[in-house]
Design a protein around this ligand. Structure first.
Ligand SMILES: [Zn+2]
Length: 247
């Protein structure tokens, strides 16, 4: 399994940095996990739009799904459109982004598979176990297994025993860490800090922690440092071009 980060900016795209978007490949199958602002640009620097085999969206915030629109346009409006793209999302999560264009214009470009968080999905070679995690809107964390390797991704989530369960023993945990250490009171249940991500990575005994969704302006070195307070394994920050092979 191979993870390529397209972007890991939280909230809005910073100069030169896209929001959440992760290309996960195994056995020639390309799964795109979240398609936040500006990730289509990063994706199309690497592969063509028709080379994406499936999309999984954690939740309906636009910094995680807005660029589904340009991706679908790039497939639907070409002279020889590819087969419809399977898109997995929570019920209603994509209503807004799928309504951006004239009704019907993009309908042939995708097949929407709405799922209930907590169920498992088979997506190409990936077994995807989903889990509801606390956020301002319904959010599904996902544990992707293929070839004996496991990548866990929180989407956006407050600290929760469910994050630890999602990530238990994973080779890589890709964890939202919007803040360094202090989370504002009104967000404490729904967003996390790098400190909390580190502690949860340790509790779940993961092999590698990748912090993502950092608020623009956050010092990546400070985020890594905050996570290392609680976690002794390798820590990275998700930025475009970070490539991790899960051997
Ligand atoms: Zn969110």
């Amino acid at each position: 399994m191979r993870l390529t980060v397209l972007g890991g900016c939280g909230v809005w795209p910073d100069a030169g940095q896209a929001c959440s978007g992760y290309l996960v490949e195994h056995d020639g199958f390309r799964l795109l996990v979240d398609v936040g602002y500006a990730t289509a640009l990063r994706l199309l620097e690497r592969i063509t739009a028709d080379q994406v085999d499936a999309v999984f969206i954690s939740h309906g915030h636009p910094d995680h799904c807005a660029d589904l629109n340009p991706l679908l346009r790039a497939r639907a409006l070409r002279d020889d459109p590819p087969a419809p793209l399977p898109v997995y999302a929570l019920p209603g999560a994509l209503d807004a982004v799928l309504a951006l264009d004239r009704p019907g214009m993009l309908d042939a470009a995708y097949v929407l598979h709405e799922f209930t968080a907590g169920t498992h999905l088979d997506i190409g070679p990936f077994r995807a176990q989903t889990r509801p995690l606390p956020h301002f809107v319904p959010n599904a964390g996902v544990r992707l297994a293929a070839g004996g390797r496991v990548l866990a991704y929180t989407g956006d989530s407050g600290p929760s025993p469910d994050v630890v369960e999602l990530a238990r023993g994973a080779d890589v945990l890709l964890a939202e860490a919007t803040y360094l250490d202090q989370v504002p009171p009104d967000s404490r249940r729904y967003q996390s800090s790098a400190c909390q991500a580190g502690r949860q990575a340790a509790d779940a005994d993961v092999g590698h922690l990748i912090l993502t969704d950092l608020q623009p302006g956050t010092d990546p070195a400070a985020a890594r440092c905050a996570a290392r307070d609680g976690y002794g394994g390798p820590v990275d920050v998700a930025v475009a071009d970070l490539l991790v092979d899960l051997p």
